[in-house]
Design a protein around this ligand. Structure first.
Ligand code: TXE
Length: 480
């Protein structure tokens, strides 16, 4: 299976003819090849996008909306094929791909098919000066979208849908670790009648293909989701070129549990916040802080539930935890267990690789709970991005808040309490872009999404994404 680039509505080999291996994480085998594109391919994609821009940016909102809806419908029609492909490429349980990843990819297109018809700009009447100002929100031109491997089609479409809805043309790159569903999306784009060149998908490594998108002088905005280090690198290149940047980066999210919460709901949700998608979601709550008076009870109950989670092949119905995305990632996760032990933390459960019969070379790891005593330890400060969480008690609200904010990251926080005053105080004082109270990952696509501090800059979602993908221009008209 060869994954080719999709440029100007056509599938093409990379200009250098080179391909790189694509692995199936559930068995460690190479099952396909992906284009190893260079800056030449990115240039070709850019040219196709630039050529399509004058017409696409003048296409009526109704027409754009119709095409986006059609893409959404086709994703729904092909749900099974896409979910199987996502699971095979990423290692996630197929049930998760069917329930979350693929439906959400369709929703992303449907949401922006609707949102673009409701997007408006402001007018300011300069009273007494005989002038009226109005603001045009114009598409930027050709924009770059770069996405990661953890929620491949979900995050790829989360960027592309608002970008094209707003009238831009796109050069996009999915992660080289999980390119398959972006490739399948290319076929859908043709079927939906998206004009050629509006969306071009170039495959390849981050350091070559991705970097070429960021460095391209005429790609004027970059929307990126991925690691914090990569985000900083991209910012260093893009800033002197005055590119618009949206960076959705890592997290080290606190999950703060007070004794006055709805305990059963909290326990069930905390299993998800900790281990959904093998813990490979930027919103996962990897640092669990528990009020001292329920700490021992929580520890006992949580570990009991974690031990019930079945690690297994992603296609099996009973699998709760599938394979990690790559061998390198498995090794990174494993190294954190040794780091924890060296730091004097206690491994309460898990901590080992899992051999799944019949799939011995797959990348499986036990869900792991580590008890830490000091929030400054590496386990609590570095993004592990896998099935490892730490737990630690706290005594007072002030201490919980201090621990929660004591990290360089600031993406999201989860708070479990039924106390309204506490809810408000934490909501105001947590240094994160998102706060979940008595829930987790309940997503309303109209809301702003993104982080503070080392978790990035800019917000995606709702009209925020349409604002990002447009440039405001004020027109001031004086009249007599
Ligand atoms: O991500 P990268 P990696 C975190 C997580 C993980 C770590 C590294 O902690 O362990 O990041 O993961 C492209 N110019 N997250 O190395 O490299 C790359 O090809 C332009 C959190 O896989 O950041 C891919 O398409 N692009 C996260 C995308 O960037 C470049 C999700 C992300 O890859 C590039 C994933 C470059 N120089 C990892 N280098 C989240 N926030 O959800 C790489 N890329």
């Amino acid at each position: 299976m060869k994954i080719q680039n999709y440029i100007n509505g056509k599938f093409e080999n990379p200009i250098n003819g080179e391909f790189i291996d694509n692995y199936n994480p559930s068995n460690g085998e190479v099952y396909g090849q992906i284009a190893n594109s260079t800056s030449e391919d990115v240039e070709k994609a850019y040219e196709a996008a630039a050529k399509a821009f004058p017409s696409w940016s003048n296409t009526t909102l109704e027409e754009r909306s119709k095409i986006l809806s059609k893409i959404a419908n086709l994703i729904v029609e092909k749900l099974d094929i896409l979910a199987e492909a996502e699971s095979k490429d990423n290692g996630k349980p197929i049930s998760l791909a069917k329930q979350i990843d693929i439906p959400r990819a369709a929703e992303n297109f449907q949401f922006y098919a609707n949102a673009i018809t409701q997007f408006s700009s402001e007018a300011h009447e300069s009273i007494g000066l005989n002038a009226i100002n109005f603001t045009l929100r114009q598409p930027i031109g050709v924009v770059g979208c770069i996405s990661p491997w953890n929620l491949p089609l979900y995050l790829f479409t989360w960027k592309i849908a608002p970008a094209i809805a707003a009238g831009n043309c796109v050069v996009a790159k999915p992660s080289e670790v999980t390119p398959m569903t972006a490739y399948l999306l290319s076929e859908i784009l043709n079927e939906a009648g998206l004009p050629k060149g509006v969306l071009n998908i170039v495959h390849g490594l981050g350091t070559s293909t991705g970097q070429a998108i960021v460095e391209h002088p005429n790609i004027k905005a970059i929307s990126f989701t991925g690691g914090t280090k990569t985000g900083a690198h991209i910012a260093r290149i893009a800033a002197p070129m005055f590119k618009k940047l949206s960076l959705e980066l890592g997290g080290k999210n606190p999950n703060i549990i007070f004794s006055d919460c709805d305990y059963d709901k909290m326990l069930a949700t905390t299993i998800r916040t900790s281990f959904a998608n093998q813990g490979q979601i930027c919103l996962c709550g990897s640092r669990i802080f528990v009020e001292a008076q329920i700490y021992e009870r929580f520890k006992r109950d949580f570990i009991k539930e974690v031990k019930k989670l079945k690690v297994g092949h992603p296609s099996k119905r009973k699998t709760a935890i599938g394979a990690l995305v790559s061998k390198e990632h498995l090794e990174k996760i494993e190294s954190f267990v040794a780091i924890a032990e060296n730091e004097g933390a206690r491994i309460l459960c898990g901590g080992l690789e899992v051999t799944v019969p019949g799939f011995e070379n797959g990348y499986y790891f036990q869900p792991t709970v580590i008890e830490v005593t000091d929030n400054s330890c590496r386990v609590n400060q570095e993004e592990i991005f896998g099935p490892i969480v730490s737990i630690m008690p706290f005594k007072t609200d002030a201490e919980a808040l201090q621990l929660a904010n004591d990290t360089k990251y600031g993406l999201s926080a989860t708070l479990w309490t039924n106390n309204l005053n506490r809810t408000m105080q934490f909501s105001k004082q947590l240094q994160t872009g998102i706060v979940w109270v008595n829930t987790w990952m309940l997503r309303d696509l109209r809301t702003p999404f993104g982080g503070k501090k080392a978790s990035g800059i800019g917000r995606e979602g709702g009209f925020e994404a349409l604002r990002f993908f447009t440039e405001p221009k004020n027109i001031c008209i004086h009249y007599e």
